[in-house]
Design a protein around this ligand. Structure first.
Ligand code: TXA
Ligand code: MG
Length: 338
C-alpha cells in the first residue's frame, strides 16, 4: 500500500474522513503526538491499527472525541469528577478512563470493561473527528516500542507502506502523550504523567489522587498493570541509554572519558567533549517534553550506541519526561548524588 503524506488542507481533511468512514487508517496530528486513527465503533478498522503498529492485542486504545455529545458513544456513568476535568482541561492533553459504552468496538478496550477518552485541542484532529462524525480510536502513530512521533516525517519513517494517508499538521506542541487518569475506582489514579500535571488534577478535583507504581518503577514479574501499556518496553531507540542523576559537574566528570553520546540540556552541550544531542533547557520542562522523542530518534539517526542522559526533575511536566526517559533507558539509572 502506498502512503500519501499530505498537508492538512480542507480537501485532504475531507478525504481523511472518507477513508476513516470506509474503515481505513489515517495518521493525524494532535497537540501531544501524532495518532494513528480508525473509527472507534468499527471493530475491523480498529484491529487494523494493531496490525499496522505491531501492537500487542491486550493494550487498549484511547478514543478521541470532538464534542461532549460524542463522549457517551465511548464511555458511560460520566461522574461529576469527569465533568469537572472535561470542563477544565478539554480540549487538551488529558485522557480519562471510565466504564465503557455499549457501542465502542471490543478491540478498542482490549477486553476491559473500561474505555479511555480524550478531546484533543489540535484543530486538525478536531476537524477530522467532526468530518468523520464518529469517535476515533488512536494510539501514537509509531511502530510499537519505538519513540512516539512528533512530526509527520516521523510517522512516515515508521508506517510507510502500512497505511494509506498521513495528514501533516506540523510538529506537535506538547511532544509527550496525554496524561492518563483513571476515574473508575474510589480514588482517582494517575496512570501516565503528561502535560496536565498531578498537581493541576488535584487542584481541579480538590482531592488527593494516587499515582500508579508503574509511573516510576518497572513492574515486578507477575504484577498486574493498572494500564496494560505500562508493562511493555517503550520509546526504545536502538542505543543503550543510561540516565545519570546528579549535578552537571558530576555528570561532566562521569562522561568525560567515555566513548558515548550525551543526551543533555542545551546549556550543557558547549561544556562537553562528547557528541551531544540536546533535549530542551534544564530550566524549562515544557521544552524537554517538546524535544525528547525527536532527540531519541536523532540518536538513532546518528548511530549512537551508548548514551548517558541528564536526568529530568520528577515533578510537574518534568515527571512526564522522566517517565518516558526511564522507559527508553530500560530503567538503567546511575546516581552520582553524594
Ligand atoms: O496523547 C496521547 O494520548 C496520544 C494521542 C494520539 O492522543 N495517544 C496515545 O495512545 O498515547 P497510546 O495507545 O500510545 O497510549 C494509550 C495508553 C496506553 O498505555 C494504554 O494501556 C492506556 O493508555 N489505556 C487505554 N485505555 C485504557 C483502559 N481502559 N484502562 C487502562 N489503561 C488504558
Ligand atoms: Mg504509544
Amino acid at each position: 500500500m502506498q502512503t500519501c503524506l499530505v498537508d492538512a488542507s480542507k480537501q485532504n481533511i475531507e478525504q481523511a474522513a472518507r477513508l476513516l468512514k470506509a474503515g481505513q487508517l489515517v495518521a493525524i496530528p494532535t497537540e501531544t503526538v501524532y495518532g494513528l486513527a480508525a473509527n472507534a465503533l468499527d471493530n475491523t478498522a480498529v484491529r487494523a491499527i494493531f496490525k499496522a503498529k505491531g501492537r500487542p492485542q491486550d493494550n487498549p486504545l484511547i478514543s478521541h472525541i470532538a464534542s461532549m455529545d460524542m463522549m457517551t458513544q465511548v464511555v458511560c456513568e460520566i461522574s461529576p469528577a469527569a465533568h469537572q476535568l472535561a470542563q477544565q482541561f478539554w480540549p487538551g492533553p488529558l485522557t480519562m478512563i471510565l466504564p465503557k459504552a455499549e457501542g465502542v468496538a471490543d478491540a478498542v478496550c482490549a477486553g476491559l470493561q473500561t474505555a479511555s477518552v480524550r478531546m484533543p485541542s489540535h484543530p486538525v484532529a478536531l476537524a477530522v473527528i467532526k468530518a468523520a462524525g464518529v469517535p476515533l480510536a488512536a494510539p501514537s502513530a509509531n511502530l510499537s516500542g519505538s519513540p512516539s512521533p512528533t512530526t509527520a516525517q516521523d510517522v512516515f519513517a515508521d508506517l510507510k507502506d502500512r497505511i494509506p494517508m498521513i495528514l501533516d499538521g506540523g510538529s506537535c506542541d506538547v511532544g509527550v502523550e496525554s496524561t492518563v487518569i483513571s476515574l473508575v475506582q474510589e480514588t482517582p489514579m494517575l496512570l501516565r504523567p503528561g502535560y496536565i500535571t498531578k498537581e493541576q488534577l488535584e487542584q481541579a478535583l480538590q482531592c488527593e489522587i494516587l499515582m500508579s507504581d508503574a509511573v516510576l518503577h518497572a513492574l515486578q514479574k507477575d504484577e498486574v498493570a493498572a494500564s496494560p501499556g505500562m508493562k511493555y518496553k517503550h520509546y526504545a531507540p536502538k542505543a543503550h541509554i543510561t540516565i545519570v542523576q546528579g549535578s552537571f559537574a558530576a555528570y561532566q566528570k562521569y562522561v568525560k572519558d567515555k566513548d558515548a553520546f550525551c543526551l543533555c540540556f542545551e546549556e550543557d552541550a558547549c561544556k562537553l567533549q562528547n557528541p551531544c544531542v540536546v533535549y530542551g533547557s534544564e530550566k524549562d520542562a515544557n521544552s524537554q517534553a517538546n524535544r525528547l522523542f525527536s532527540a531519541l530518534r536523532e540518536l538513532d539517526a546518528r548511530g549512537a550506541k551508548y548514551v548517558y542522559a541528564r536526568c529530568p526533575k520528577q515533578e510537574g511536566v518534568a515527571l512526564a519526561v522522566y517517565n518516558r526517559l526511564l522507559r527508553a533507558a530500560a530503567y538503567r539509572l546511575v546516581n552520582l548524588n553524594g
